[in-house]
Write a new protein. Structure first.
Length: 621
């Protein structure tokens, strides 16, 4: 719940939580140095020269120190009160206690009031009392050393030096007033010559330095970076930004809130999009550039390389892992701050501003041209595919808001065609199981009619010739029966998209529909369950056990009435869709798994089954 799972990404989230606590001390002005060390046994140590975790008896738990309560109790940290930190990145006192619970060993050392204290924990429980272990005259701060629990993350799980180094470096960029000292056991680096065993990370230039390093060697549209930092009046917060536009590459937006990376964006990014697009439009109108009115935020952001950092009080996030900022005040703060400064920047640099405006207008013209081509392609593809049992296209001429449901067979296709919204939803029935492209030759793929129909319906080409702008639908939804055969067909289709159109998955177009397996009725009440566990839950919580309950199992989508299929599986707002994703840090593992499970070597599948047999449950044998 608190770190997003038990995979490699979640494992490194432990480091982020501990590092965030030290960064909060630095941002608040209490620390200037943070030391990070990855030890040979795989454990991590993070220390700072801040004030040190309080060690006095806790006012609520008289028999425990404040340190022990903070390390073992949710919401017990200093950040739970806004009086301690004006802007903090931690989970309101949750983070360090979660790290403690997920570590088989954690040691904490505090230097405070000229005394040094130590306490050890194992899997969240104290195994020693808080003890004084020495005196000091000039040392202060907190050191936390921990080892992730292999029973939770797996015996083979380990911290990756390169990833830790990047995380530490990004923190140093985000706050120029801190120095982060990095150290890693040489034997853990292996052949990775790009990661130093020791380094001092300190960047007074902040995000401007960060962006310059990131885009070094790339051609930019405007010669200089638009950057700045401003603290708003009162307690609204601080905004820092650095933006450049690339001439030959796609852009990116790396955003942060209180030094926490918000990988899924949020309100602060929305404020930035609005500020840049409105300011550039206004400048175009001021200079009598007629085409400026056609500019959209996507045209401005398409090749923009953006670093954005905000510091605000009591930030609100979507979910506990803090990947998306939802604070409405952040949008107002960023939009107001950047709009004023971007207006000034454009007005003071007319040569660069005109060059940027022309570039963005070119992007808008290209977008409109591709939209026209797409509408022509849609009509052409529709004419070619207007065959019995094949594509039933939607009437929407734009890809925006349109959906393609890929279903199994004519029976399911018939129900889906009656259940769909003809304006936005298209249906493509496929007969049986498609070709396993992971083990088939290119010649065999080219001869396969189902794959040819699918590619033609999508309007795109495969592999290096794939263009997202050619895709005729915004969502591609695989809708198969809720049984083993349906799961196999869905797996074959996902394999096809992963191998032949990986960008389609990366750009967030591929989904799985979740049709129900059971219909449960009692009197006038009807509910649907997606599996046996869900059925049992509904039986216990929603139905009277003393009255007769009718339970019917759907053998397939074709057996469902169109109205039932529409209400449970196809209607937006009522349905459940699972988005197919491949996280950036799981690319290698995904490639390996697809090769093992879908490739040409059955011995790899057999070995996988043997290795994972203990996890198989509820088999109907």
């Amino acid at each position: 719940m608190y770190i997003g799972g038990t995979d490699e990404r979640a494992l490194h989230h432990l480091f982020a939580e501990v590092l965030d606590n030290s960064m909060d001390e630095a941002v608040a002005g209490h620390a200037t140095r943070i030391e990070v060390e990855l030890l040979a046994d795989g454990s991590l140590s993070v220390s700072d020269n801040g004030r040190g975790i309080p060690v006095d008896p806790h006012p609520k738990f008289k028999d425990k120190s404040a340190l022990e309560v903070i390390l073992t109790t949710l919401h017990a940290g200093g950040k739970f009160s806004d009086k301690v930190y004006e802007t903090s990145g931690g989970l309101h006192g949750v983070g360090v206690s979660v790290v403690n619970a997920l570590s088989d060993r954690l040691d904490v050392e505090v230097a405070r009031d000229k005394e040094i204290y130590h306490q050890r924990f194992e899997r969240g429980h104290p195994v020693t009392k808080l003890k004084k272990v020495g005196k000091t005259t000039n040392k202060r701060g907190t050191t936390i050393s921990f080892h992730a629990d292999p029973e939770i993350f797996g015996a083979s799980a380990h911290f990756k030096p390169a990833r830790l180094y990047r995380m530490a470096r990004s923190k140093a960029y985000l706050f120029g007033g801190v120095q982060i000292r990095w150290k890693c056991a040489p034997e853990l680096l292996g052949d990775n010559a790009t990661i130093p065993a020791e380094d001092t990370l300190h960047f007074p230039g902040g995000l401007a330095d960060y962006l310059a390093t990131t885009i070094e060697g790339k051609e930019t549209v405007v010669g200089e970076t638009f950057s700045g930092k401003l603290k708003a009046k009162g307690s609204a917060g601080t905004v820092e930004w650095a933006i450049a536009w690339l001439g030959n590459d796609d852009g990116f937006c790396n955003s942060y809130c209180n030094t926490i990376p918000t990988t899924e964006g949020g309100t602060h990014e929305a404020g930035l999009r609005a500020a840049l697009s409105k300011a550039l439009k206004a400048y175009g109108e001021l200079t009598n550039q007629k085409k400026a009115s056609s500019i959209t935020a996507d045209d401005v952001m398409g090749t923009a390389c953006i670093m954005l950092s905000v510091f605000i009080r009591e930030p609100e996030f979507v979910g506990q892992t803090k990947e998306k900022l939802s604070s409405p005040s952040a949008q107002r703060l960023v939009e107001t701050t950047l709009r004023d400064h971007f207006d000034t920047w454009l007005a003071s640099k007319p040569q660069q501003a005109s060059r940027l405006l022309d570039w963005v207008i070119d992007r808008a013209d290209e977008r409109l041209r591709r939209r026209q081509e797409k509408e022509i392609n849609r009509k052409t593809a529709t004419r070619k595919l207007r065959l019995p049992g094949k594509l039933a296209d939607c009437s929407n001429s734009s890809s925006a808001g349109s959906e393609l449901f890929i279903v199994e067979g004519d029976s399911a296709g018939g129900s889906a065609k009656q259940a769909r919204d003809r304006k936005t939803q298209a249906v493509l029935p496929l007969r049986g199981k498609i070709l396993n492209v992971a083990s088939a030759t290119s010649a065999k793929q080219a001869q396969n009619q189902q794959i040819s129909d699918l590619i033609l319906a999508l309007g795109v080409q495969t592999r290096s010739r794939y263009r997202d702008d050619d895709l005729r639908y915004e969502k591609i939804i695989i809708m198969t029966d809720a049984d083993v055969d349906g799961a196999h067909i869905a797996t074959l289709l996902i394999t096809f998209f992963y191998q032949e159109m990986p960008e389609l998955i990366r750009d967030g177009h591929l989904y799985l529909a979740v049709p129900p397996l059971y219909r449960i009725a009692q009197g006038g009440k009807t509910m649907y369950a997606v599996d046996d566990t869900h059925k049992d839950q509904l039986m216990e919580s929603e139905f009277n056990s003393n009255r007769k309950v009718e339970i019917s199992r759907f053998k397939g989508l074709g057996e469902m009435l169109p109205a039932q299929l529409k209400e449970t599986t196809m209607r937006p707002g009522h349905r459940t869709l699972l988005q197919v994703m491949v996280p950036d840090d799981d690319q290698d593992l995904t490639q390996t798994r697809v090769g093992e499970l879908m490739g040409t070597k059955p011995e790899l599948r057999f070995r996988f089954i043997q290795d994972n047999a203990e996890f198989a449950t509820d088999l109907d044998i």
